[in-house]
Design a protein around this ligand. Structure first.
Ligand code: FAD
Length: 317
């Protein structure tokens, strides 16, 4: 039997989607050997979060009511103590900014192997096979681990857990050593782009190098307004400083899974596609019919964006 401890993620009072996806990943892993799935909810409004996370397949939820926002020291200490108490075979953490902050520290503290950015997991109880993508998704590799391990999982690779569970919810009696915290959270300031989180958007209007210059970005924003959508972009747009970093989709940006992703003047390089291939419906507007994005688009508009975008805006306004 392999028990799994999955750590959930939240930000500014909202649970992230990965918190529901990690339930599915953890349940599948635990099911392979008939183990239990434990969830940890650390900081924030833990009771409210625990209630929301009580979905099908969760055996127990442990809350750590300490602080509001993410703090490296709190998470590291809480996860280490939960591990010591519960003795799970595997710890799953989100491959998010937070997860990548504390998971290596916990692995170091517990002397456990860690594999990051998993897109697949399989175990026979002794060996854990972790699938990862390399070279921007061109190849997949499998890393095999014996015994206990920590794995961070990529967002949007497992479906969100549904249903209502009947997990045992308990307040975990954690002992936070404040002297060892190393930092305190005094406030929250978003870097550029205000509160926008493109990974939570339902509709994304994404702009690429085909837009030619910064002065043309407003036509994209007007279309986004007309569609009640959020603007995102490929990397060159961010590298040029035309949009803030938190709008970048892709391997070195964010993974997004909107209902609709409209790629405007984006070629569809593997590093970009790695971040948006999980979109439900992909619309591509491109003058090059052979651009890779056209192959994965559900609707490929082979035309000049400077004609198509204003026409679409007019239609939806
Ligand atoms: P281009 O590839 O230049 O494509 C522009 C497209 O616009 C072309 O297809 C062209 O036909 C079309 N076009 C031109 N004019 C018009 C017009 N008038 N109307 C309609 N279409 C038009 N990229 C990312 O996006 N995200 C990442 O996270 C990322 N991470 C990376 C990490 C690494 C390690 C590396 C090496 C690269 C990474 N890249 C990333 C960069 C990636 O390889 C591509 O260079 C980038 O995605 C290209 O952006 P683009 O599609 O906007 O530009």
């Amino acid at each position: 039997m392999t028990d799994v401890l999955a750590i959930t993620d939240h930000r500014r009072g909202e649970l992230r989607d990965i918190s529901y996806e990690i339930i599915t990943a953890g349940r599948e892993l635990a099911d392979e050997t008939g183990g239990d799935l434990h969830l940890a909810v650390i900081s924030g409004t833990v009771d409210e979060f625990a209630e929301k996370l009580d979905r099908d397949g969760v055996d127990a939820i442990h809350t750590v009511d300490y602080g509001e926002e993410f703090n490296h020291g709190v998470y590291s200490q809480a996860v280490t103590q939960l591990y010591d108490e519960l003795a799970p075979q595997y710890v799953l953490a989100p491959n998010s900014v937070n997860g990548l902050d504390y998971a290596p520290a916990v692995a170091n503290e517990l002397d456990l192997p860690i594999v990051t950015d998993a897109v697949g997991l399989e175990t026979d109880g002794d060996t854990l096979a972790v699938t990862r993508e390399m070279f921007g998704g061109k190849v997949e590799t499998t890393t095999e681990l014996e015994g206990e391990a920590i794995v961070t999982i990529r967002s949007a690779e497992w479906p969100v857990a549904e249903g209502t569970g009947d997990a045992a919810i308990d307040a975990f009696d954690v002992e936070i050593d404040e002297g060892a915290l190393g930092s305190t959270v005094t406030g929250f300031e978003e870097v550029g782009g205000g509160d926008v989180d493109i990974s939570e958007a339902d509709v994304l209007v994404s702009v690429g190098r085909g837009i030619e210059e910064e002065d043309n970005i407003p036509i994209i924003e007007e279309l986004a307004d007309a569609l009640d959508a959020t603007v995102s972009s490929s990397r060159p747009i961010v590298d040029n400083g035309w949009l803030p970093k938190n709008r970048q989709v892709g391997q070195s940006g964010k993974v997004v899974t909107p209902d609709v992703y409209i790629a405007i003047g984006i070629s569809g390089a593997v590093q970009h596609v790695a971040g948006m291939k999980g979109s439900d419906t992909i619309v591509a507007i491109n003058t090059d019919p052979n651009a890779p994005i056209m192959d994965i688009a559900d609707y490929a508009i082979h035309d000049d964006l400077f004609d198509v975008v204003p026409a679409l805006t007019e239609t939806f306004e």
